[in-house]
Design a protein around this ligand. Structure first.
Ligand SMILES: CC(C)(COP(=O)(O)OP(=O)(O)OC[C@H]1O[C@@H](n2cnc3c(N)ncnc32)[C@H](O)[C@@H]1OP(=O)(O)O)[C@@H](O)C(=O)NCCC(=O)NCCS
Length: 327
């Protein structure tokens, strides 16, 4: 059995910072409300002319450098995103071209905020089967262009960023991705969506006027869903590997709301200190959130060889899952 290992990590966030105090000038909100309900203090906003693939490429270059891997050596590129540069072609082929990764085949994966976890699991299957040796997995989102900046329910939550991981076969039989556990529930599709701009409601004056091309969300329902299924997903991963909660050294999580992470960890009896939290600085960056957290924890020297990392993520779909990795 060949485990896949993360050989390099990288992240990128645009320079421009939008603070809660700035949002107070834009919608009827307060720093106090945003901080106490979500834990977010600021988020990054991409510059004009900066596209999702541009952010993805910067994160990818950092990950490739750490992995000691040239773009030409990549077999495969997966970009998890719901905010690609354009509907067609994929963001992944634009990244491929910008990196000069001529040998790689490239495609996008749509699982919203769980996208990077889903993509990592797909990459793992290609490594395990021997079909690929070097895979670039990216989560990149430019959500500032798909949120309604007049809707205080959503615009305070999201930010722009990209995170990347280079995945390859593990050098030994002890370390790597032990297992990933993915789930979807399409009956909850309406609690978080962008209803317009697709085949059901193609772009039209009406779609634009009713803002159907923007993010729509039932925050309370998502919150309840997340705190119910994420602890189950972590326990499922532990059970599958004959491990217990006490074996976990680090939690690397998608971060939508600090209260969701706190509540999930409390239910599991895992100290919050085991989780790398950066939501305060970035907001919810969707598929970028998990790889950015992994990169920051990695570059901070937090992750030691042999440590057990539990990953969890949830997003629109609903789509969610967990993974266990021996670093
Ligand atoms: C969105 C979220 C922060 C709202 O927190 P909450 O404690 O559930 O707040 P409620 O929905 O109960 O709203 C309480 C009130 O605050 C108001 N409110 C919403 N956004 C606000 C804002 N930015 N500033 C001030 N008030 C706001 C609401 O209108 C509501 O007012 P009302 O009671 O007069 O109707 C929370 O539900 C959440 O984080 N959900 C998950 C969202 C998520 O993760 N999305 C991405 C999934 S990957």
């Amino acid at each position: 059995m060949t485990y896949s290992q993360i050989l390099g990590t990288g992240a990128y966030a645009p320079k421009r910072i939008l603070r809660n105090s700035d949002l107070e000038e834009m919608v009827a909100t307060t720093d106090e409300w945003i901080t106490s309900r979500t834990g977010i203090k600021e988020r990054r906003i991409a510059a004009e002319g900066e596209d999702t693939s541009d952010m993805a490429v910067v994160a990818a270059r950092h990950a490739l450098a750490m992995a000691g891997c040239r773009a030409e050596d990549l077999d495969m590129i997966i970009v998890a995103t719901i905010s690609a540069d354009m509907p067609l072609p994929s963001c992944a082929v634009l990244v491929q071209a910008k990196l000069g990764a001529a040998r790689a085949f490239a495609f996008d994966l749509s699982a919203a905020c769980a996208g990077s976890l889903f993509a990592l699991s797909v990459a793992d299957q290609f490594i395990a089967s021997g079909r690929a040796k070097r895979i670039l997995v990216i989560g990149a989102e430019l959500l500032s262009r798909v949120v309604d900046w007049t809707d205080r329910n959503t615009c305070v939550l999201f930010g722009d960023a990209a995170g990347a991981m280079v995945v390859g076969p593990s050098a030994d039989s002890h370390s790597g991705l032990l297992s990933a556990h993915l789930h979807s529930d399409g009956t909850a599709a309406d609690i978080l969506n962008i209803p317009g701009g697709g085949s059901r409601h193609p772009q039209s004056e009406e779609v634009l006027a009713s803002k159907m091309h923007k993010v729509h969300m039932n925050g309370r329902e998502i919150y309840k869903f997340a705190v119910r299924v994420l602890p189950q997903a972590i326990l499922e991963a532990l059970d599958a590997n004959g491990l217990g909660v006490a074996d976990i050294d680090h939690i690397v999580s998608h971060q939508a709301n600090a209260r969701i992470v706190e509540s999930v960890l409390e239910r599991l009896g895992i100290p919050l200190e085991k989780c790398w939290l950066n939501l305060e600085r970035y907001g919810n960056t969707s598929s970028a959130s998990l790889p950015i957290s992994l990169d920051e924890a990695n570059r901070a020297g937090r992750l030691k060889k042999g440590d057990l990392i539990a990953m969890m993520a949830i997003g629109a779909g609903m789509a969610w899952g967990s993974a266990l990795m021996r670093w």
